[in-house]
Design a protein around this ligand. Sequence first.
Ligand code: BG6
Length: 494
Amino acid sequence: MPSAAMVIFGAHGDLTKRLVVPALYHLCRAGKLSEHFVLVGMDRTDGDAGGWVQGLKEFLASAMQAAGQERIDDKAWDRLTANAAYMQGDITRSDTYKQLGELLDSLDKKHGLEGHVLFYLAVGDRFFGPVIDELAAAGLTKQVAERWRRVIVEKPFGHDLASAKALNEHILKSLDESQVFRMDHFLGKETVQNIMAFRFANGMFEHMWNRDRIDHVQVTVAETVGVEQRGSFYEVTGALRDMVPNHVFQLIAMVAMEPPVSFAADDVRNKKADVFAAMLPVKGEHVCRGQYGAGHLGDKAVPGYREEPHVAPDSSTETYVAMRLEIDNWRWAGVPFYVRTGKRLTKRWTEIALRFKEAPYALFQDAPVDRLGANWLIIQIQPDEGIRLSFNAKRPGTRMEIDTVEMDFTYAEWFNQEPANGYETLIFDALIGDATLYQRADQVELAWRVVQPALDLWATRQPSGFPDYTAGSDGPACSDAMLKRDGRVWRKIG
Ligand code: BG6
């Protein structure tokens, strides 16, 4: 556990309160932070460390209560925040960084931080480049001997291929790639990391993990939430940019990558980059978008997207997207990867489902079996993280009747899990300098390259018939139609 200061830009922001600080608290409680760890908040708002920390604590305590978790552990909280500092500053001004440098020097002298600093950019993406420029100009990103300086950059990383390239180019003028940690919090999710263990620590599955045995793969990231207070962000982002080239692609990479030579960051990231490089740019006819209208989630009536705060009443932003993707390599050629993600769907449900090719039916021709059910391997990311295998079994009785049954592994049953939001692993990894679960510049660009044709197409063609799915449903009809054309159907959500 290295000593370090962690400077959060956007200290009063939603991300800091909801995810970053709770993750730090969990790490501290688990004894995973050094005694020489100092939290530094930076934001425009006037204030001091005491007020900042108190606000964070109240937020965390009520979130824990709402989630039915135990009370906040005051000792762990105090350990995390006892030395915290807060600096009011305008991140667009150079003198802010001079002041920050002085603050870091004095904290270092006081707490023995060995010069290590992790900068966390929890600010709007338009600030990523300028903040890094200023940090560099003030000498704050300079690494000398053992002293490291690292920067975590949140998503969205660019809004298309050209802007992602420009952003990479911009920040790599001041930083070495090894200093940049591009966040994709899906990679911190336990089940996502488990995919590698599942595939490569077992001799059972890998030999059928290819086009010979797998018919197709379905990736579903269904959410029940709407856009909440994020209307202005979402209006210019939409479901595709928000979820696909980042979260969904990371799920695909875990499933589709070749075994890495080792678990070292670049060995793993090379194999993931290979997957993205082998993906064909998506075709217009293989993309479908939708937008939710008013509906119900359970008993609760919810408004349509166009009625949400900060959303245009005639908005053409998609809140749902489905695609058929192809990975044109030796392992996956001819195996479609269908992906779908959307807001205000029937259930919060994230899964990766691999459908195996059917067994020959011949043997059952004279038995009362209409069709053999498909074999599925389902990696459940949320909720109830686990892995399921569905297969056919004989129904007890005198006749040969077949039913589909399931074998089930759930994390909760096997392991005693501490509450975590996925950011714990990622922040810890950045502190120890392990970038395995972070995105590298080339991966980000390769992923945007695949979805760029859809963005180009949509830029010239307005969607027709929005809103086209009801909140609380399974999504728009075009999504089912896309699979139907291939003679397939989506799995039920939930
Ligand atoms: C974020 C997106 O990156 O991921 C949100 O911006 C989305 O729109 C969220 O809701 C989903 O993450 P999780 O961990 O709640 O599944």
